[in-house]
Write a protein that binds this ligand. Structure first.
Ligand code: IMP
Length: 442
């Protein structure tokens, strides 16, 4: 058995949702541990297409339990509307979807503050998803937040008053706003109640019973509030350590993380991006890779694969095996540069700088690989890839210092190479690898 984390190794949007959906048959439950409805996961299977924000993509698999851990911030209305769209798509979540009683509630006032702050920052804005993620985590850290279980507190009115004052920078809320929010909180509590559980205790029981758990990271390592490109980051720990604090599962119960890397790099929002393309090539990748945000629809910034950043993410997450996504997006290119070093003040290094001004000044050092200029779409065996595509994947793996155990050759679950001969993948999936292959089809 294995308990495994799926970690984004870039700035998010690596395609984690697809990989979680693919390997889900090897696990009994999928657990989210950080973030909120800033995340957007798209899962395509056959003719069906689901866009998920809060609920793990595991919910698409009948019989898979899904858990929203204490480390998340949950906007109740967003959660309810996601439940409704799942139900409309024929997915029944009742009885196998659990929300931590300790999850922080994200209020409309958090979203309003996020938007007001971003507007006030003007040219220096972070480019947040404007969902209120940062302010919700601030309320938590300032110990004014409301956890789901607090929606039933006898002193709810006082708690809400204190929270609204914290969000408003000390100003006391108007009585009608306060009363309205207290009513909303009671309504949210009632509707959430069937899903609420002491999920840490539940996960401990499942682990004791030998169940396999998959921890689904949101965003990516470079957006981690501690290790990312601060302040151009999200407000949670997106790296593997977050899986422990965000669920109550101890590190001794975890078997490691599988990373997810896109065959090139993208970023939404502001902040330094060393291998960014500002030219027609960036636009070409954006169009071919459909690089537009699933949450906000914003065009993503595009650039070449950055091995310096990926190597940093490998170390932060302890990655030995990774899934490479969107290889097919590069199919038409004659040449594909890969950033293998940062040149800073005349020196070339492979260190990912903490100082933002250094990161902004760093120039990419490229090794240019030949493209393959033929279609890889839907290829299911590594041996069937064009030789140059195989070499590209091997080059990235050597640069990152980990093994590419899955290679995605299209947006659908069925369009994925699974290296079933890899001990590195078997270590995580064990005998259930056969179930993963069966679920992929072909
Ligand atoms: P926030 O998480 O909404 O506060 O946004 C902070 C930064 O993280 C911004 O640059 C966002 O674009 C980025 N971000 C947040 N969630 C995602 C995601 O799921 N994918 C990619 N970027 C994200």
């Amino acid at each position: 058995m294995a308990n495994v984390i799926i970690s984004g190794m870039q700035w998010g949007d690596e395609g984690k949702g697809k990989i979680v959906d693919l390997i889900c048959p090897a696990f009994d439950a999928v657990v989210r541990f950080q973030g909120g409805h800033n995340a957007g996961h798209t899962v395509k299977f056959g003719a069906r297409h689901f866009a998920l924000r809060l609920i793990p993509s595991g919910i698409i698999h009948p019989g898979t339990a899904c858990v929203l851990g204490n480390g998340m911030v949950l906007a109740p209305d967003a959660f309810f509307s996601e439940l409704e769209s799942l139900a409309a798509g024929g997915v029944e979540a009742g009885g196998r979807l659990w929300v931590s009683e300790r999850v922080q509630v994200l209020l409309p006032a958090h979203a309003a503050l996020d938007q007001a702050r971003e507007a006030a920052r003007g040219a220096r804005s972070i480019g947040t998803t404007s969902r209120g993620i940062g302010p919700a985590y601030e309320s938590k850290a300032s110990r004014c937040g409301l956890r789901a279980v607090d929606l039933f507190a006898t002193d709810l009115s006082e708690r809400v008053r204190e929270l609204l004052a914290q969000v408003a920078g000390g100003a006391l809320p108007a009585e009608d706003a306060l009363a309205g929010l207290v009513t909303d909180c009671r309504r949210w509590g009632e509707r959430l109640a069937p899903y609420l559980a002491d999920t840490a205790a539940m996960l401990h029981e499942w682990i004791d019973a030998g169940r396999n758990l998959l921890f689904e990271g949101a965003q990516g390592a470079l957006l981690d509030v501690d290790h990312g490109t601060y302040p151009f980051v999200t407000s949670s720990n997106t790296t593997a350590g977050g899986a422990c604090t965000g669920t109550g599962v101890p590190p001794t119960a975890l078997d490691g993380a599988i990373g997810v890397l896109k065959a090139y790099t993208t970023r939404v929002g502001a902040g330094p991006f060393v291998s960014e393309l500002h030219d027609e090539m960036g636009e070409r990748i954006r169009q071919r890779g459909n690089e537009f945000g699933t949450v906000t629809g914003r065009p993503r910034r595009c650039g070449w694969f950055d091995a310096v950043a990926a190597d940093y993410a490998r170390r932060l997450n302890g990655i030995t095996a990774f899934a490479l996504t969107k290889l097919d997006v590069l199919d038409e290119l004659a040449e594909i540069p890969v950033c293998i070093g940062y040149e800073l003040d005349g020196k070339v290094a492979r260190r990912f700088p903490s100082r933002l001004d250094e990161l902004a000044r760093a120039r990419p050092v490229y090794e240019v690989l030949p493209g393959w200029q033929s279609s890889t779409v839907g290829i299911l065996r590594e041996a069937d890839l064009p030789a140059n595509a195989r070499d590209y994947v091997r080059f990235l793996a050597a640069q990152v210092g980990a093994e590419a155990v899955m290679i995605s050759t299209g947006p659908r679950r069925e369009e994925t190479i699974v290296r079933d001969d890899s001990p590195g993948l078997r270590r995580f999936l064990g005998e259930r690898l056969e179930a993963v292959l069966a679920g992929r089809g072909a």
